[in-house]
Write a protein that binds this ligand. Structure first.
Ligand SMILES: *Cc1c(COP(=O)(O)O)cnc(C)c1O
Length: 223
């Protein structure tokens, strides 16, 4: 992950970043640059340009980058094994993929005295193979989480697999957030490379963009 990038790659990356920032700005939403498959050199180029929020799905990589670039916010966006809870408790700026009580308890024990912002991931498409809590379990889980003083729920997160009517699912997530009325949650984190425009239109306050931003530097998409 430490390979250098060329000047041309760096310029193209910054051009994509500026374009996405221009699209996101009118909505006052936050861009989470999903750097899970991006090399350090690409991350460094974005930080130099002013990007501060990054999404990671592997806890050790999140820790390594949080230690290397403490001026940035490193958000955990992937499924979590409980034995990795310590990396998230200590180093994540927020944990956006909380999906069970047992995970929450494990992370809550590892925050070393700080209060960690968390988003509950909701399985809005209600497919068994998708991550997140089912919509009907959201309110009870939210209520239980009030017992954990080191976690503060600030919003909801969802992913919509292609071909599942993203605009409709994004509105569904927004309604679920609004239904937790007593909470008045601030964050609605939805939208990825292929559907962030729909998510912004439906009220996203944060979008998570990886491949469209990093392009060929995202190692899933080699040149
Ligand atoms: C990888 C990932 C993304 C980014 O996906 P792209 O399609 O590359 O933009 C967003 N959210 C989550 C939870 C992810 O795991």
């Amino acid at each position: 992950m430490r390979s250098a990038i060329t000047e041309r790659q760096s310029e193209a990356l910054l051009a994509r970043w500026q374009q996405i920032c221009r699209e996101v700005a009118p909505y006052h939403a936050r861009l989470i640059a999903v750097s899970k498959y991006a090399p350090d050199a690409a991350v460094a180029a974005l930080i130099a340009a002013g990007q501060r929020d990054f999404g990671e799905s592997r806890p050790q990589q999140l820790r390594d980058r949080a230690l290397r670039w403490p001026q940035c916010n490193w958000h955990m966006i992937g499924p979590l094994q409980r034995n990795k809870a310590k990396y998230i408790g200590r180093f994540a700026a927020s944990w956006m993929s909380l999906e069970s009580w047992s995970q929450a308890e494990a992370v809550a024990r590892q925050t070393s005295g700080r209060i960690l912002s968390v988003l509950i991931q909701v399985n809005v498409v209600a497919q068994a193979q998708q991550h997140g809590v089912d919509a009907e379990d959201l309110s009870p889980l939210f209520q239980s989480l009030q017992q954990l003083n080191s976690l503060r729920v600030t919003g909801l997160m969802a992913m919509v697999p292609r071909g599942n009517d993203a605009p409709k699912q994004f509105v569904h997530l927004r309604r679920l957030k609004e239904a937790l009325v007593e909470a008045s949650l601030a964050d609605l984190c939805m939208g990825m490379s292929h559907d962030y425009q729909d998510a912004l239109a439906a009220g996203a306050t944060m979008v998570r963009i990886g491949s469209r931003l990093f392009g060929e530097l995202d190692v899933r998409h080699p040149v």
